[in-house]
Design a binder for this molecule. Structure first.
Ligand SMILES: [Zn+2]
Length: 72
């Protein structure tokens, strides 16, 4: 179960947190121009989006999503 307090989602793959809370450093590659390429992580992003839709009101992770969007 996710190690974040009050979150009871299952862990994502081998992480100790759920798909919403886990680090996403390995979901993208930083290109030479500084932009992040999310190529290859489409399935994860889709799952993340589905999870987010169901849970963001409950867990209040809108701020985290803002950070994710800004970092893309
Ligand atoms: Zn979680």
């Amino acid at each position: 179960m996710c190690s974040i307090e009050n979150c009871n989602l299952e862990n994502f793959e081998d992480k100790d947190k759920c798909i919403l809370h886990c680090e996403k450093d390995d979901w993208y590659k930083v290109q030479e121009n500084g932009y992040k390429s999310w190529y290859g992580s489409e399935k994860k992003l889709k799952l993340f989006g589905e999870r987010l839709e169901k849970n963001f009101l409950v867990f209040g992770i809108i701020k985290k999503m803002d950070i994710l969007i800004m970092s893309i």
